[in-house]
Design a protein around this ligand. Structure first.
Ligand SMILES: [Ca+2]
Ligand SMILES: [Ca+2]
Ligand SMILES: [Ca+2]
Length: 337
């Protein structure tokens, strides 16, 4: 029935073209009939694959929606048997042959899909298709095919969220852990994506500036057949240099404050970690008053403590000079008054 409907529609479209009413096909009010045969986009295993596992499902992806009644064990089968069930997913256009028992090792298998399978308009697969693959135990070590950041890369953002290694084949995901995939000086979480064969290290904190990091994958990493990496795989990259000057983000008392207690301390908080030795009585002064200066690293806070009581009813000026530097030698842009 579907095939007949398809042919009738095709005749109708042809008639339009002959009489010139179609204008190239843009004038019709109904969907043009599908006269294009289905195609095969991809198979798993691919043609001529080697080292196929003996429990591998056979997957075939069509270019369009198929008539599921034509996808059956008569039209889609494999040499040597062992494959009982055929299924078809109308959403993904994937036809699957599922093993009823394991294949044999060291055997070449041929899968056939005949010219009797048809798309939903009844167009058949011209010529059918068949391909072969071979089942062999995998005895080869997995190989790292690419890494990111690349080995030797510089200027890597300190806010990088993933450090990745991609392999040439599927890994045993359970072998990718915090002990087998490490980055020097960093803690983080480790994950593995088996669709892309990619292991990812996600740092749990921002990187330091201008620092060399070494990522390493140990020989405890294995492929799905249990073959380990041939040797520890390491690569190094360097984070960006800090060129951002620190700023003063908070002062106490606030600028212009009146009625400040005579025994008060004066504090300033910086936007980032500072080099403590650059926060001193030379770089942090209060109107010529004698006092001591301290710096608290966790809070980035500098404190000026007057030696005695400050004078009554006098406007005092606190100054932080450009001698104050962050951990990478960047001075504050201008003296903060
Ligand atoms: Ca079609
Ligand atoms: Ca392997
Ligand atoms: Ca900085």
């Amino acid at each position: 029935m579907k095939r007949l409907a398809g042919i009738l529609s095709a005749v109708f479209v042809t008639a339009l073209v002959f009489t010139g009413c179609g204008g190239g096909g843009g004038g019709g009010s109904s969907t043009p009939a599908d006269t294009t045969p289905p195609d095969i986009l991809y198979t798993i295993p691919v043609a001529d694959a080697k080292y196929v596992d003996i429990n591998q499902e056979i997957v075939l992806i069509f270019s369009e929606a198929m008539d599921s009644s034509t996808i059956n064990t008569t039209n889609y089968y494999m040499s040597g048997g062992a494959f009982g069930a055929v299924s078809y997913n109308p959403t993904t256009h994937i036809a699957t042959l599922t093993p009823s028992s394991s294949m044999s090792w060291a055997t070449t298998y041929t899968v056939t899909i005949t010219a009797d399978v048809a798309d939903s308009a009844g167009n058949t697969l011209s010529g059918g298709y068949s391909w072969s693959f071979r089942s062999e135990p995998d005895t080869y070590a997995p190989i790292v095919s690419s890494v990111n950041p690349a080995n030797g890369a510089t200027g890597i953002s300190t806010n990088i969220t993933s450090i990745t290694a991609t392999f040439n084949e599927s890994l045993a995901g359970s072998t990718i852990t915090n002990s087998t995939f490490t980055v020097s000086g960093l803690t983080g979480t480790v994950s593995y994506n088996n669709s892309t064969y990619t292991a990812t290290f996600t740092p749990s904190s921002q990187l330091l500036y201008g620092q060399a990091y070494t990522a390493a994958l140990s020989t405890a990493v294995t492929d799905t057949a249990g073959n380990p990496l041939a040797s520890t795989y390491q690569w190094t990259f360097t984070s960006e240099v800090d060129v951002t000057p620190p700023t003063v983000t908070l002062v106490n008392p606030i600028s212009g404050a009146a009625g400040v207690a005579r025994g008060a301390t004066i504090t300033a908080v910086f936007s980032e970690d500072m080099t403590a030795s650059t926060i001193n009585t030379t770089t942090f002064t209060v109107s010529g008053i004698a006092g001591s200066v301290s710096y608290d690293a966790p809070s980035n806070k500098a404190t000026f403590t007057p030696s005695g009581l400050m004078p009554y009813n006098t406007m005092l000026k606190a100054t932080i000079t450009t001698g104050a530097q962050d951990l990478y030698g960047n001075a504050i842009a201008s003296a903060y008054v």
